[in-house]
Ligand binder design. Structure first.
Ligand SMILES: O=P(O)(O)OC[C@H]1O[C@H](O)[C@H](O)[C@@H](O)[C@@H]1O
Length: 185
């Protein structure tokens, strides 16, 4: 049997590295509108989160998978906890797995009617996100929050839908205490 040493993609220093790994960095300048109020004390080049993605496929088939890692920094934006933009999948038959790798946070979920709830994410926690649910990660801790994900590339990202129907809660931290604020629509 031929044993292939797939050295080109691996986790090193807790980061996904390799020739085929695509990296994108979300700076505060591009994330301002996610939060309730702009925080003028934050510089535009403040790093909010990094997304690393690895696949050998092109997404032309629903069975084509992508492996990813999201690294979220412990930033408060006028007291609001740092979060990802959040999205529905364009193809609702496509679910996704999340796995808590480091730090603490929440996986916020929302159904088609706007009903919103969350799951605690911590090192070792495994989360199955059903294809029809919008999802967003929130760093509620004081340290870097890392979450591994696996999803079909064909899932796509529908950001417009969460802009039209925003998640029902926002998470804040004041004096080290978390507050979940319900958003009135
Ligand atoms: O794209 P966002 O909503 O900002 O989320 C950031 C990233 O989080 C996870 O890693 C998802 O699996 C990615 O598909 C997504 O791009």
């Amino acid at each position: 049997m031929r044993v292939v040493n797939r050295k080109e993609n691996y986790i090193i220093d807790d980061i996904l590295k390799g020739e085929l790994v695509e990296t994108s960095i979300k700076y505060y300048a591009e994330a301002k509108e996610f939060y309730m109020n702009e925080d003028k004390s934050l510089k535009d080049d403040t790093k909010m989160y990094d997304v690393y993605q690895y696949t050998l496929e092109d997404g032309s088939e629903v069975g084509h998978l992508c492996w990813g890692l999201t690294v979220m920094y412990p930033v408060l934006i006028n007291g609001e906890c740092n979060m990802t933009r959040g999205h529905f999948h364009l193809n609702e038959t496509c679910g996704e797995f999340y796995y808590g790798a480091q730090g603490n946070g929440l996986l916020m979920l929302m159904d088609a009617h706007g009903k919103t709830w969350a799951e605690e994410v911590f090192p070792g926690s495994v989360h199955y996100i059903k294809g029809a649910l919008a999802h967003r990660l929130i760093n509620t801790g004081d340290k870097i929050f890392k979450v591994v994900a696996c999803w079909p590339i064909a899932a796509g990202h529908d950001y417009e839908r969460v802009e039209k129907q925003p998640f029902g809660y926002r998470v804040f931290k004041y004096n080290n205490k978390l507050e979940h604020k319900e958003i009135r629509r």
